[in-house]
Design a protein around this ligand. Structure first.
Ligand code: FES
Length: 121
């Protein structure tokens, strides 16, 4: 399997607040679920794997934000992650980080890359 960049959509300037997209990316030869979200005008992408029990944060519906729109929330046990850094700020894995992906704009689109991937989560 290729470990190249994956197109996740339009350039960040065309995303709206709270927009999200789910996609798959290959990391170390393994296809992983991932997602990108727009928060405070910036798009961030993470591997969709909670640091508590390695389960997907959402129910498969691309819903990641809490009601207050200030955290990404795991639907299983409520871990709350900072949308910019991916750090768990509250919950059973407090202090752990979601695995961030690198985003770059190229050819009129936004691409996620595993180049920043260094963890096992
Ligand atoms: S699996 Fe996410 S909080 Fe438990």
């Amino acid at each position: 399997m290729s470990e190249g960049a994956v197109c996740v959509g339009a350039p960040a300037a065309r995303w709206g607040e709270g927009d999200s997209v789910r996609f798959s990316i290959t990391l170390h030869g393994v296809s992983r679920d991932a997602f990108a979200v727009c928060w405070h005008g910036e798009v961030r992408a993470f591997v969709n794997s909670c640091r508590h029990q390695s389960r997907q944060l959402d129910f498969g519906d691309g819903h990641f934000f809490d009601e207050a729109f200030d955290a990404l929330v795991c639907c299983h046990h409520g871990a709350r992650f900072h949308p910019q850094t991916g750090e768990c700020v509250e919950g059973p894995c407090k202090g752990a980080f979601l695995t961030a992906l690198t985003l770059v704009e190229r050819d009129g689109a936004l691409w996620a890359s595993p180049s920043a991937y260094s963890g096992s989560g």
